[in-house]
Ligand binder design. Structure first.
Ligand SMILES: [Fe+2]
Length: 414
């Protein structure tokens, strides 16, 4: 890495870290004496140093360094949230004080006692805002400690007009974005509960829609025994953008290719049939349901290996097919206007940003600013897409509001 990129990284991390402090500066100074302010500044500088240094570990290809980096990143997110939240509260207070001062300026100058009351009130508000700012920080830490294990079942009936009668009521459990490298073996118990929950659903098929690892095939070491126990008559899977090993440094191109081969081999070892721009057929009473699995295709800088034309060659819009595509942006770009017209596409990838609010009446996640389809079921004409929120994490090692998902889909003949 050259000096310029180190400087750019130093500057951007520094800005993200200290910009909210410009707002907080006055509040922290007001709320505590000068010693308190110094402690705040020193601890901030230490944490900034750690986050900055650990940002160099991100692309290093040893698992332990990646994990350390993730935890520091989580801490950074937690503190940033607290600062931004407190900053916003202080902005509101500043605005109210400004309006108030417009009406009381003269009076305040003349009355000393009242000015003193005002100072202590400001100090009280500053302390209150800082303490309130700790609330979202608690949420972020909860998301790392507990939220990422809140595996949540979403059950959905999907009507398909050309579904063969034999498949009316056919059940699929969709899993996605395991990112096994984001779990360490101490969390085996929580993941074993998840596997048990999936098996208890007793679905006819399990489809896994990509990102089995963060980057490296050896992330799966120690997990084979558990994930081999996923039980269903049909187990199919595809690759996601993370499975190509693009996000770590490899000694050479051959090492990267070897890793990709090993990632592909994981699926077979777990009893899943990996579909790489190809399809398979599930037969029931002589009737057929075609499952098409494409390689990753994502808008922007993501790998673009997905080829629906190749995978579905020979099929027509009359054939009943389900498409597995890791990235939902492929649906808008290449599925809606394709000659194949699969009535159902299953995707993952967005993780629903791992953060947001979901209630029956209202939902929000920053994910919706990036993806038109970011979680749940969407329809356009005869075509539908279901986007699974994923099991694991990437970036922020937690989940808050957008919990890890197990999907049970029941196909209904329309
Ligand atoms: Fe993912």
């Amino acid at each position: 890495m050259d000096l310029l990129s180190i400087l750019i990284r130093l500057l951007s991390t520094g800005l993200a870290f200290f910009l909210p402090d410009l707002l907080l500066y006055g509040a922290v100074k007001k709320a505590w004496n000068s010693r308190g302010w110094k402690i705040y500044l020193i601890s901030n500088l230490v944490l900034f140093g750690i986050v900055f240094l650990s940002s160099f570990l991100l692309r290093e290809s040893t698992l332990i360094l990646q994990r350390i980096q993730l935890y520091f990143f989580g801490l950074f997110v937690a503190i940033l949230f607290a600062k931004v939240f407190t900053g916003l509260l202080l902005l509101v207070e500043l605005f109210i004080r400004f309006i108030y001062s417009l009406f009381t300026k003269k009076k305040r100058k003349s009355e000393d006692a009242e000015a003193k009351t005002l100072i202590s009130r400001r100090q009280f508000i500053a302390k209150g805002a800082i303490l309130t700012g700790l609330l979202p920080m608690t949420g972020i830490i909860y998301g790392m400690a507990k939220g990422r294990f809140r595996f949540t079942l979403h059950e959905v009936d999907i009507a398909i007009s050309n579904l063969p009668p034999a498949f009316d009521g056919f059940t699929i459990t969709q899993l996605s974005d395991l990112h096994i490298g984001s779990f360490d073996h101490s969390t085996m118990h929580e993941l074993a509960d998840m596997v048990q929950e999936v098996n208890a659903l007793g679905s006819d098929a399990i489809f896994f829609t990509g990102d089995i690892v963060n980057s490296r095939a050896d992330e799966m070491d120690g997990w084979y025994e558990l994930f081999r126990t996923f039980h269903a008559e049909t187990k199919l899977s595809i690759l996601g953008n993370h499975d190509y090993g693009d996000y770590v440094n490899w000694p050479d191109e051959a090492a990267k290719e070897r890793n990709l081969d090993q990632v592909k081999a994981i699926h077979g070892k777990l009893g899943f049939q990996l579909l790489l721009n190809e399809r398979t057929v599930i037969e029931k009473d002589g009737q057929q349901l075609h499952i098409i699995g494409i390689e990753n295709w994502g808008k922007g800088d993501f790998p673009k290996f997905g080829d629906l034309g190749k995978a579905a060659a020979g099929l027509t819009a009359d054939d009943c097919m389900i498409l597995l595509s890791h990235d939902p942006s492929f649906w808008d770009a290449h599925v809606l206007d394709s000659p194949f017209q699969p009535e159902l596409t299953l995707s993952g990838h967005t993780h629903g940003f791992q953060m947001g609010i979901e209630t029956p009446a209202f939902r929000f996640s920053p994910s919706q600013w990036v993806y038109r389809q970011w979680a749940g079921l969407y329809a356009e004409g005869r075509q539908q897409i279901y986007v699974n929120r994923g099991l694991g994490t990437v970036g922020y090692p937690g989940r808050l509001g957008i919990w890890p998902e197990i999907t049970k889909i029941r196909l209904i003949r329309e």
